[in-house]
Ligand binder design. Sequence first.
Ligand code: ADP
Ligand code: MG
Length: 565
Amino acid sequence: MTKEEVLKKYFGYDSFRAGQEILVNGILSGRDTLGIMPTGAGKSLCYQIPALLMPGITLVISPLISLMKDQVTALNQAGIHAAYLNSSLTQGQYQTALRNLIQGRYKIVYVAPERLLTESFLWAASQIEISMVSVDEAHCISQWGQDFRPSYLKIPDFVEQLQVRPVVSAFTATATAEVREDIAAILGLQDPVTLVTGFDRKNLRFSVKQPADKMAATLAYIMEHPDECGIIYCLTRKTVEEVHNALVGRGFSATRYHAGLSDEERRENQEDFIFDRKEIMVATNAFGMGIDKSNVRYVIHYNMPKNMESYYQEAGRAGRDGLPSECVLFYSGQDVVTNQFFIDRMEAAEGMDEETAALVQERERERLKKMTFYCFTNECLRAYILRYFGEYGDNYCGNCSNCLTQFEEKDVSETAKNLIGCVKTARRSYGMTLIVDTVHGSKNSRLIQVGMDQNPYYGTCEEEPIYRLRQILNHLLVEGYLFLTDDKYPVLELTEKSEEILNGGTLLMKTAKEQPKKIKEKKPKKRLLAEEGEVDYDLFEKLRGLRMELAKKDRVPPYLVFTDK
Ligand code: ADP
Ligand code: MG
């Protein structure tokens, strides 16, 4: 069978989506493969299809029992022999599954990472032909990831112990550079075929609001969007209950989901939402992993989530069908305090030493900071998000709440002329940083070393801050007035359009309005956090301690102090 035939026969699809084919081909040619694609892009098929075409068995490492179950059920329904090995099986079931595995009854087997190095599993693995080890949610291997699982570190040890090294493929929706590099390095991927598909979701409109009354703002939003499906994410169970009650009390078709409900109730509520029996899902972040509902028209974040990864993943559940959809974030200072509290009481994951745990906490704080900045930026929200995930492009999408209200069109011809002039008169080609530093008149040593302090354009844009010069330079690249080479050390080159600007052409650019929003951080409310949080009363004392500390310092945690910049 060809891969297209497998796609049609087992999965019922006519064609591959962007990126899938490259990854499938990579694996089938025997290369290690790393696929980085946003949630919902269709990563599972990228390893499931090759698995069916390779001679031996594919082991899939996955972090969640529920995900394994869903996937195996779906595969079985499609007529594919698959099974999972994890702690949800009884000893007897586990032994039976292992026997079946050895007897070649399965083509795809999902394994919990904790099982890999057990004696019984290693023995079973030595009895079978393993064509591929595929690592799903591969970011779990990185301490930079939002979801580090120490047990994922067993994967490379396991692969090492196999007599024949299988193809290793890894998939994740987390695109930050650190995580990407960690995955490849820790898994020991050998010259992997790597594919990062665009993270931009053009049909989503992002907005951030700071309503005085979130409940009123939410109700107003829902009333303006009748008959539409939406998800409302809250930070705590208690808030879920409050919002849910308010909606149901006013006759809206809403249901709810959080870890405090029984398995059965959660399943029911989830299905009510997925099958359009209820329009609105009010939930904590426990809701959504592996959920595939295409017609979600809006995602409201009633509270700011803990980091950009979570935000984009949750917001990204809107508009899977490609139709225009909205992602609204309601910010308040209390959200930062609540998240901060969650970070402070984070417990070290199993097998994590204290030092690592402290590091993880520190990184969580960093991430929370960047999430908070998102709520305050005057820049294009889409650009902010994409830059966070390592994508650089235009600074203006024209469709987010900032672009629609915070932007103005400015004449940047003079600065553009200086930048292009500097590139033109430089004795050789230089990268963006050196050109920006030159027109800014910086005194850095490399610049002086190459004699750029003698360039006629040196210091011509002294007044412009570096970040603004970079924005304008970026705009010149996007608009084709300059070109950035594709080399290891990319350099700037002139294009046929460059002269237009040098000859006095006008260049307009949308930029964030200069004056920053007035930011007044409120002190944490006098009310105890426990009333707000998904917090058990054992932690009550600790909580009081935190509050006392904050009160003493008379301000919210240090990172909330914003500078003039
Ligand atoms: P991810 O793991 O990247 O979040 P999934 O593998 O769960 O995404 O796939 C998301 C959805 O896209 C699933 O419903 C899947 O069946 C569907 N899908 C995947 N590939 C295709 C395709 N080539 N054509 C149509 N639908 C697809
Ligand atoms: Mg997936």
